[in-house]
Design a protein around this ligand. Sequence first.
Ligand code: ADP
Length: 266
Amino acid sequence: MSSLRPTILKIGGSVITDKEGQLAAKTQEINRLAGEIHGASVQNLIIVHGGGSFGHPSAEEYAIKEGYKEESQKVGFSITHHYMTVLNGLFMDSLIWHDLPAVSVTPSSCIITENGRIKQFEDASVKSLLKMGFTPVLYGDAVLDTKLGFTVLSGDQLVSALAIRFEAARIIIGVDVDGVYDADPKLVKTAKMLDRLTLEELKGLQGKLGKATACDVTGGMFGKMAELMPALELNIPVTVVNASKPRYVYKALEGEAVKGTVIEKE
Ligand code: ADP
């Protein structure tokens, strides 16, 4: 049994899938990351992963984020949720193959949103899993919504909510770029990476942070940072690292020096 404050690790959809494709899992990357997570053996870890090319294409095709408008969207909701369970299954396979006591927790079964924001979260099983030393694994998902009927819950909103509920010690965000830049590094060649940011500095920068470049109904650095602000307000530090580069996530989990952006309240 453990009473340590948890670490929340987010692995972006852009890291474990090819966002240019459809249902294109990067299985080698998933395996490498599972090995790194196992190697770091962090106690009290919660993992959240994104949807990438499993979640976003069908969410977009059926306008799931915008909510229920017509019957034909319902199968789109089912497809979006189902594809997320498929990606989650691949990730779970790899985590468990690496001997991690990881247990998948389905967001759409325990979370209901209101206008896209988490309203109800039956978190008793996550709490019990943590207490027993399991690693709960959640993901961005298609969820029911009290006002919209349904919508898309981003992995990033989930990360922030989990961090606040479980009083996380820290949040580690794994993306496919080296950290937070003063402009989207994929669009602006001269963009400068920022090693450290305070919450105030982050707020000042928000206008410059871009949306996601490839298919993504929730993403981009702008949305990510906006979601993380409530956790930062509560003094939970956030480290953004490149999860596509070998050993970066391992080092971040171990608390070793690693290239990336550290954001703290002050
Ligand atoms: P994920 O799906 O992995 O959660 P997103 O694609 O939603 O990640 O967000 C990460 C992307 O945000 C990066 O690939 C990058 O191109 C883009 N981005 C936009 N603006 C910035 C910025 N200022 N700094 C870093 N990345 C940015």
